[in-house]
Design a protein around this ligand. Structure first.
Ligand code: PBG
Length: 324
């Protein structure tokens, strides 16, 4: 006697019936990059198929996303003006704020999430306020992050996503939002965000590379896994509605530990380096583009039901056309 596990693989109907995981457009959040100016739709050199948009050029993209069934976007801004305190990040007429207003005006049903961070906005490229000796100061940075989140909420954001990795930012943002009448603006915290080499193409896209040093005093050491659980636990205590692991693919173990340990929705960020490596391998003919579904599904199988991915549009087309 032995088990014939092949029995349930004999035909597609049967395989579909016992399938444990599948990707749906509901799982995806699509990142959008906004630049200042007019009439701009420019492919980002490090990220094939991903574009910089000026606010006036976003309508067509929104129509496409909606027709594909993608209902959530994550907004990033690339400002022209940078200074030591990242003033443009909390300017009510800043690039993100204008983008959110335009998205809501054109597509009121689009769920708009904003990335809350300072690195695109500071002239030094770090994610907070610097001390005299160039260390990112935690507690003063919280005031700025709160101001940024509030200004995003005022412009119409449905959810804010702090990606700076300062301690205490979730509770600071939660309090500020609550005190200003935004009790129902939710927080998706980049909880376990690692100091990763996979952000390279994004930093090119967002002009956000640090001008000196690195982010290792605030982002996590990729050697650690227990520490991710501490980060996640404190974000939940501080009031995060959704927690995130970032990057995704070299961190599937972290996603799984988060899933096994916490009963809260888990997001994962399939980041720019992961995207560009795969796109390059496909365009060089090394692998077929069917690999995209397999790879992104692995993030869901690991335990993340919410996936931020530059592949969202391609995947939605595949899912819709091939009835996956
Ligand atoms: C801002 C931020 C980064 C990413 C998202 N928000 C870059 C960084 O921390 O350096 C990376 C996203 C990606 O690589 O796709 N702090």
């Amino acid at each position: 006697m032995f088990n014939r596990t092949r029995r349930l693989r004999t035909n597609k109907v049967l395989r579909d019936m016992v399938r444990e995981n599948k990707l749906s457009t509901e799982n995806f959040i699509y990142p959008l990059f906004f630049v200042e100016g007019n009439n701009i739709k420019e492919e980002i050199s490090t990220m094939p198929g991903v574009f910089h948009f000026s606010v006036d050029m976003i309508k067509e993209e929104l129509n496409e996303l909606i027709s594909l069934g993608i209902k959530k976007v994550l907004v990033f801004g690339v400002p022209n003006h940078k200074d030591s305190i990242g003033s443009e990040s909390f300017n009510d007429e800043g690039i993100v704020q204008m983008a959110v207003k335009e998205i809501k005006k054109h597509s009121p049903d689009m769920f708009v999430i904003t990335d809350v961070c300072m690195c695109q906005y500071t002239d030094h490229g770090h994610c907070g306020i610097l001390s005299d000796i160039g260390v990112v100061k935690n507690d003063i940075t919280l005031d700025y992050l709160s101001k940024i989140a509030l200004s995003h909420a005022l412009s119409g954001a449905d959810m804010v996503a702090p990606s700076d990795m300062m301690d205490g930012r979730v509770s600071a943002i939660r309090q500020t939002l609550d005190n200003n009448g935004f009790k129902y603006v939710s927080i998706m915290a980049y909880s376990a965000k690692y100091a990763s080499n996979f952000y390279g193409p994004f930093r090119e896209a967002a002009h956000s590379a640090p001008s000196f040093g690195d982010r290792k005093t605030y982002q996590m050491d990729f050697s650690n896994s227990d520490e991710a659980l501490i980060e996640i636990e404190s974000d939940i205590e501080e009031g995060a509605d959704i927690i995130m692991v970032k990057p995704a693919l070299s961190y599937l173990d972290i996603i799984r530990r988060a899933k096994d340990n916490f009963n809260i929705p888990i997001a994962a960020y399939n980041v720019s380096g992961e995207y560009s490596m795969i796109k390059n391998a496909i365009s060089q003919g090394l692998v077929s583009d069917d690999i995209i579904y397999e790879i992104v599904l692995s993030i869901k199988r690991a335990g993340a039901g919410i996936i931020i991915t530059y592949f969202a549009k391609e995947l939605a087309k595949k899912i819709n056309n091939e009835n996956l």
